[in-house]
Design a protein around this ligand. Structure first.
Ligand SMILES: NC(=O)c1ccc[n+]([C@@H]2O[C@H](COP(=O)([O-])OP(=O)(O)OC[C@H]3O[C@@H](n4cnc5c(N)ncnc54)[C@H](O)[C@@H]3O)[C@@H](O)[C@H]2O)c1
Length: 267
């Protein structure tokens, strides 16, 4: 057995086919975890699972998962339990939508999709994983939230609301599950992920503005800046830390992010 901080642990990472989720899955594998790559994009998901096996010698599986579908979320947890007998670590990271527009123009459909993605998906996964964690008296949940929600960035109501609902879920579960050995924390990251690269490609000034606005002068790297903190939260070292929000963003939460979207553009 490998000797990393997560040796012998079984982890599920949603949205692990790219961006921060991929960085987390790679660091988890490097630290000895067995990793279920739960991802809606089959090509990326399969590629990452293969990389984990080939580069790190890890046990890794890909499970096609749309986190907005309750049956698929349950199947995701079942797969990990069937394969490895447990779920020790759950990282709710998947996200895949976004609109920019004023509050008064947001539609029910946009809000419902955001809550399915950012709130219900993580909740269903937590509900399905918790009994297995409780049974073993050990569990770690890390929910990816956002400074957008904390600071109420303009234009992204559905994202902000779903992410803040997820932080409330994080804190409520942390309190209720504290006696069981299961800790639940939130991370608000700031990283040059796949989503960011796509935005920067469409609007090249964004990358320079984002770097300049960051106290450290650069947005983070998913694997080398964000993932090590998630490894810590998933490890034994975090056993007395629960209900917290860690801003892993080079200090952006201190000075805020100067981002003024075009609120009157097309949605
Ligand atoms: N990048 C940042 O700076 C930043 C800032 C704040 C919060 N976050 C949060 O961090 C998380 C990761 O963001 P990222 O920037 O790495 O995004 P990303 O777009 O780079 O990666 C997201 C991954 O989730 C997958 N995905 C999309 N919809 C899915 C679904 N329905 N089911 C399963 N998988 C799905 C995508 O295919 C992709 O592989 C998100 O929850 C995001 O809100 C990121």
């Amino acid at each position: 057995m490998s000797e990393g901080a997560l040796a012998g642990r079984t982890a599920i990472v949603t949205g692990a086919g790219d961006g921060i989720g991929k960085g987390v899955a790679r660091r988890f594998a490097a630290e000895g975890a067995r990793v279920l790559v739960a991802e809606i994009d089959t090509a990326n998901g399969e590629r990452v699972a293969r990389e984990l096996r080939e580069e790190f010698g890890a046990e890794a599986l890909f499970q096609a998962t749309d986190v907005t579908d309750k049956a698929q979320v349950h199947a995701m947890v079942d797969t990990a339990v069937r394969a490895w007998g447990s779920v020790d670590v759950l990282v709710n990271n998947a996200w895949g939508m976004g609109t920019v527009g004023r509050v008064e123009r947001k539609t029910d459909e946009q809000l419902q999709r955001a809550f399915a993605m950012g709130y219900y998906g993580p909740l269903w996964a937590m509900q399905a994983a918790f009994p297995h964690m409780k049974e073993r008296g050990w569990g770690r949940v890390v929910n990816m939230c956002s400074l957008n929600g904390v600071n109420a960035h303009m234009g992204t109501l559905e994202y902000n609301s779903a992410k803040e609902a997820l932080r409330t879920l994080t804190r409520t579960a942390a309190r209720e599950w504290a006696p069981t050995g299961v800790v639940v924390n939130a991370v608000c990251p700031g990283a040059k992920s796949a989503a960011f690269q796509r935005r920067a490609a469409a609007n090249p000034e964004i990358a320079a503005i984002a770097d300049k606005a960051n106290p450290m002068g650069r947005l983070g790297d998913p694997e080398t800046d964000i993932a090590p903190v998630v490894v810590f939260l998933a490890s034994e070292a975090a056993r007395y830390l629960t209900g917290n929000t860690l801003f892993v963003d080079g200090g952006s939460h201190i000075n805020g992010v100067a981002w003024t979207p075009d609120l009157d553009g097309e949605q």
